[in-house]
Design a protein around this ligand. Structure first.
Ligand SMILES: [Zn+2]
Length: 245
């Protein structure tokens, strides 16, 4: 068995036994994998704070039967503000959970990895307003869906293919629908249509500067429905954000 050198975002971690932790990782080279970090909970641990959630690390992973074992770890990025700002932390959790849900295990995912790292960097630079209303969070989630191959149709009606005004969003049919094609789809406001188009077209650094808005919140609900349709799961971190907000 050969060790793997990877660059990884630590998505989350949970305790295993007395001293170890299981790390859920998103790697550039292997996509989503889990790895055990031994002795990480001892005060004398050589890992220090390197393997905390949202950190980007260069790791050496030794393959085991079901889990990798971390044998080396070097810190690449640490996003300190994500730990201090509750909304930025929530947003980071949403983005990490979505990346984990969208990527298959043990397949290289360079583009999703790059997007995830960039999203964490932008969130760390300062998130404006509640996470659920932030154009940056909407943009990160929509771009993740795009990279995973689940881009919604936003430039015409997904039912008839015509360019009539969109009045609904269909997660099932994968995009905007016009009045003639509306079934039991979620109604959508023109502002939310605009927010979706902006979220796709503009880079995350620009979306970060945008004011939080009701339109972004509405659009985020549609994108979340689309995520749910394709993955069969809901984002738990987003549910908590709503309950808290
Ligand atoms: Zn139509």
């Amino acid at each position: 068995m050969r060790s793997e050198k990877v660059r990884a975002v630590v998505l989350s971690s949970f305790p295993l036994g007395e001293a170890d932790r299981i790390l859920r990782l998103f790697t550039r080279e292997l996509g989503r994998v889990d790895a055990v970090a031994k002795g990480v909970r001892k005060t004398t641990s050589r890992w220090g704070g390197r393997l905390e959630p949202f950190n980007v690390c260069d790791l050496v992973l030794y393959p085991g039967r079901s889990l990798y074992t971390v044998t080396q770890a070097q810190l690449v990025d640490v996003f300190l503000r994500l730990r201090e700002d509750r909304e930025a932390l929530t947003a980071a959790a949403v983005v990490c959970e979505a990346a984990a849900g969208l990527a298959p295990e043990r397949e290289p995912e360079e583009r999703i990895f790059a997007l995830l790292r960039n999203a964490l960097k932008e969130l760390d630079a300062g998130l404006r307003g509640p996470a659920v209303r932030a154009p940056l969070v909407l943009g990160a989630l929509l771009k993740l869906l795009y990279e995973a191959g689940y881009m919604p149709v936003l430039d015409h009606c997904v039912g008839c293919g015509e360019g009539a005004r969109a009045i609904g969003f269909s997660a099932e049919r994968g995009g905007l629908v016009c009045a003639g094609c509306l079934q039991d789809d979620v109604p959508i406001t023109p502002e939310a249509v605009a927010a979706l188009r902006e979220a796709l077209a503009r880079p995350l650094a620009e979306l970060r500067a945008e004011e939080p808005s009701a339109a972004a919140e509405e659009a985020l609900r549609d994108v979340h429905n689309l995520y749910g349709y394709h993955t069969g799961a809901r984002l738990r971190s987003l549910r908590f954000a709503r309950a808290a907000g």
